[in-house]
Structures are given as structure tokens and as C-alpha cells.
Design a protein around this ligand. Structure first.
Ligand code: RAM
Length: 354
């Protein structure tokens, strides 16, 4: 099943991809600041607004994050907020805490965070809220006690269902598979993996499939590449790898593409079309999935504004308008869904530019 995308949606994607490229330049600059300046990494484009919004991704230098931030920056400008990005260069559990403390001291109005660990950021977020900040989690949730809303890319279970179905289709429903994830504490990854395992354990369609190993590339390209190589060495009969992370799937595809396993070991998961195109065209990858990352950043910014304005409190049934993306409703547990996911293959990958 493929979810159609309108030409207008594609045009929007192209525009946001351009914005993301600009954001990426800022992030490179911030990486330099980190090296030269000690414990802070930041970038931003003050727009002169009175309210401020700061995005704290799991890590800087992640191409997926760059596209999310492109959407976040566009929306922040549209609502007249001062926009900035701060965050660690690696996605370890407590690496975001010092950045949150600084934002609290600065009186930031909205903190938009993708948590490296659901609890490690808790005390710092509590302090920010005590100081009046609104907290929007995105991509990877915090413990719900510590945020006002969680803007989730798509329903977590749907992400899992697509990936296991694609894998099953590609290996003929039979065989050993492995999962190559991001970091071990990432809430989003662990939820998707839980649902994938649940499907394998309970859905008769997948009775012939066994998950023999789960490894962590930490959203580091080199480590992900090595983990992919290690999986094939340790499991010579492996039929496929699911990598629910854009960094992991791209690194695994690169490894497979020049190995004896190209075209023999299936690879699916969540990837950026622009990073995966060459591997779809050279026969390493048949199909994978993702949503529009820029929309995630956009909806997060508008949710932050709605919280500051008091239009929503994060209660179930609250609604707000996310610019051109239209009305969004807060669901169970304060979750706002962006969706829908799209499946990419050789037939449609050239229609996307992010
Ligand atoms: C990676 C990150 C992110 C995830 C995407 C699909 O870049 O791990 O959290 O949502 O992939």
C-alpha cells in the first residue's frame, strides 16, 4: 500500500528541503562553535519576535533532524517567534541536560525536544516548566509527566506494521531477521521495536519470521556501518535487516551495496529518499518508508504557539491550526499525530526531494 502525495505537497517538500539545507549550514557553523567555545552548540535566526522557541534534537549533524528543523524554522518565522537550535553532538542519555538548563536560564518560552532518554531529561524539563516554559516533545517522547504534548510522526504501531510487512514481502515470509536501531534508550525506536516483535510473536502471517538480534548504531554513521557488517558476520543465514532509523538504514545500505549480500539480504526501515535513492536504483533496497520530516517540525512549532497562547493545554480533544497543514487534535496521552507515512520504491522515489 502506498499513500499518495499531492503535487502541492511535493512542492512544499521541495521548499522545505531548501530551508533544511540552510538550517544544515547553520548547524555546521554551530558545530564549529562547539569545538571552539566549550559546552554550548547553538544556531538560530532571531526574527525580532517577543516569544522564543528552541529546538533540542537528539543530536546535531543528523540529516533527518536537519529536515525536521527546516520545517520548524519556517513555522517559527511564520508565527513570529525567535527560533534557535541547541543540542549535543551525540545522542547519549543525559547529553541534553546542560542545554535545557541554559534555555531555562534564558527564559525560553517553548522548548521542543526529541528525548535521548525519557527520564534523564525530566528534572531539567520540570525546572523549565516551573519557570513558565511550555514543553513540546517531538520524534522521541519524554516521560509524559515532563511535557505538555508529544508531536509524533505517525501512530507508533503503524510504523511497526509497515516495516514488518515490507520485510515479510521481501523475504517471502520466512527466515531470520535482525534490527539495527539508533540508541538503546530512544523512546521512539524502542516503541517501534516492541510492536515489530509483538507482530512477529502474534500475527500468523509472520509465523515464519524470527528476530535473532537487535543492535544499536547510535545514529552514528560509522558505528551503524560496523554493526551491519557484524550482523552479517554473526548471522550468515540472515535474510533481512530492519533499520527504523535514517542513519542506520543509509549506513546498512552502503555496507550491503558493495558486499556479497547485495540483493540477497533484504533491507527495509525508515529512510530519507534523498539518501536512499542510489541504493534503490542499484538494487540494494526494494522498499522502505518515512513520513515528511519537515511537517514534524512545523506541527511542533504551531503546537508550542498554541500552548503559549493558551489555545490548548495538551488535554485530549484540544485543537489548534498548524498553518497550511490545517487543524490538529490532541489525542490520548497528549499525543498529536503528524502522519501519514509514505512507502518508497523504484516507482515513486524520484517524486520526493528530502
Ligand atoms: C533517525 C532518528 C529519528 C527517527 C528517524 C526515522 O534519524 O533516530 O529519531 O525518527 O531516524
Amino acid at each position: 500500500m502506498t499513500f499518495p502525495t499531492s503535487p502541492r505537497g511535493r512542492a512544499l517538500r521541495r521548499g522545505l528541503a531548501a530551508a533544511a539545507a540552510l538550517a544544515a549550514v547553520s548547524l555546521v557553523a554551530s558545530g564549529c562553535a562547539l569545538t571552539a567555545g566549550g559546552d554550548d552548540a547553538s544556531s538560530g535566526s532571531g526574527s525580532g519576535g517577543t516569544e522564543s522557541i528552541a529546538f533540542v534534537p537528539k543530536q546535531l549533524n543528523n540529516p533527518y533532524t536537519d529536515v525536521v528543523l527546516g520545517g520548524g524554522e519556517e513555522a517559527s518565522k511564520a508565527i513570529g517567534y525567535d527560533y534557535s537550535v541547541v543540542g549535543p553532538l551525540e545522542a547519549s542519555a543525559s547529553s541534553q541536560v546542560t542545554f535545557l538548563n541554559t534555555l531555562t536560564q534564558q527564559g525560553t518560552n517553548v522548548i521542543v525536544i526529541a528525548a535521548n532518554d525519557p527520564d534523564a531529561v525530566g528534572p531539567a524539563l520540570k525546572e523549565a516548566r516551573d519557570g513558565g516554559a511550555k514543553i513540546v516533545a517531538f520524534d522521541s517522547d519524554t516521560n509524559p509527566d515532563y511535557r505538555d504534548v508529544f508531536v509524533s510522526q505517525v501512530e507508533a504501531k503503524d510504523v511497526a506494521l509497515i516495516q514488518i510487512r515490507q520485510m515479510s514481502e521481501q523475504i517471502g515470509g520466512e527466515g531470520d531477521i535482525a534490527i539495527l536501531s539508533a540508541t538503546a534508550n530512544a523512546t521512539n525506536q524502542n516503541e517501534w521495536i516492541k510492536y515489530i516483535q509483538e507482530e512477529v510473536d502474534t500475527n500468523p502471517d509472520y509465523a515464519g519470521i524470527t528476530i535473532v538480534s537487535t543492535v544499536y548504531g547510535d545514529d552514528d554513521d560509522a558505528k551503524s556501518f560496523q554493526e551491519a557488517q557484524g550482523l552479517l558476520q554473526a548471522n550468515p543465514d540472515l535474510k533481512g535487516i530492519i533499520s527504523p532509523t535514517t542513519v542506520g538504514i543509509a549506513a546498512t545500505a552502503r555496507y550491503l551495496s558493495t558486499s556479497e549480500y547485495k540483493g540477497k539480504v533484504a533491507l527495509t526501515g525508515l529512510g530519507l529518499p534523498n539518501e536512499m535513492r542510489e541504493f534503490v536504483k542499484d538494487g540494494t533496497v526494494t522498499a522502505f518508508a518515512l513520513w515528511d520530516p519537515a511537517q514534524l517540525g512545523e506541527v511542533a512549532a504551531y503546537a508550542g504557539q498554541a500552548l503559549v497562547d493558551g489555545t490548548i493545554t495538551g488535554a485530549k480533544g484540544d485543537t489548534f491550526t498548524a498553518g497550511d497543514l490545517g487543524e490538529r487534535t490532541v489525542g490520548d496521552d497528549g499525543i498529536v499525530i503528524v502522519g501519514p507515512p509514505t512507502e518508497f520504491d523504484a516507482d515513486n522515489i524520484d517524486d520526493y526531494d528530502f
